[in-house]
Design a protein around this ligand. Structure first.
Ligand SMILES: CC(C)(COP(=O)(O)OP(=O)(O)OC[C@H]1O[C@@H](n2cnc3c(N)ncnc32)[C@H](O)[C@@H]1OP(=O)(O)O)[C@@H](O)C(=O)NCCC(=O)NCCS
Length: 148
């Protein structure tokens, strides 16, 4: 069982870092998350797996009329339950409330799961950063316009 969407605070940095270790080959550290969540322009959203672990989390940074998804992860074993979709829908709703016009993110070209997720949520490819994740590993730039 997982819980509802919660707002993440700097005190959640340790469990965010643990989730990142489970989800990514190059995870961010507790200090990385703490610095981001101490920034007022960053919104952290999470879904708890239990009292100490997160099942999924998403960090969004707002700048002027754009929002950027900094990171999004679901714990292995919790995939395909709609957790990432729930967080994305919450982030998009909150962005709309702030008058955000455009959502941005980047994704590794070879990350088929994430690309399928973003496609499903209306993101389209509008750029590429060659070698962003290492030699021959490009990042795709995706965006989605929000209704005015
Ligand atoms: C990508 C990721 C966030 C998806 O999380 P999730 O909670 O499983 O996603 P959802 O359950 O909301 O899936 C929604 C849709 O995304 C697509 N999707 C998700 N996982 C997929 C997979 N492994 N293969 C193909 N499509 C997938 C599907 O269209 C899915 O809908 P469906 O289950 O009805 O077919 C998760 O796999 C993850 O954390 N991966 C490692 C970290 C990462 O790559 N993060 C994104 C970096 S940009």
């Amino acid at each position: 069982m997982t819980g509802p969407v919660i707002i993440l605070r700097p005190g959640d940095s340790e469990r965010l870092a643990r989730l990142h270790v489970r989800a990514f080959a190059n995870p961010w550290s507790r200090a990385d998350f703490e610095a981001l969540l101490e920034t007022p322009s960053t919104l952290g959203l999470g879904i708890e797996e239990n009292d100490s672990d997160l099942a999924a989390a998403c960090l969004v940074q707002f700048a002027a009329d754009t929002a950027e998804i900094l990171t999004l992860a679901t714990a292995p074993g919790q995939g395909r339950k709609g957790l990432a979709s729930t967080l994305m829908e919450c982030a998009i709703r909150r962005a709309g409330e702030r008058g955000i016009a455009r959502f941005l993110l980047d994704v590794a070209e070879g990350n088929d799961a994430a690309r399928a997720l973003y496609r499903r949520h209306g993101f389209v490819e509008d750029g590429r950063r060659r070698g962003y994740y290492g030699p021959g590993r490009d990042a795709l730039l995706l965006s989605r316009t929000l209704p005015a």
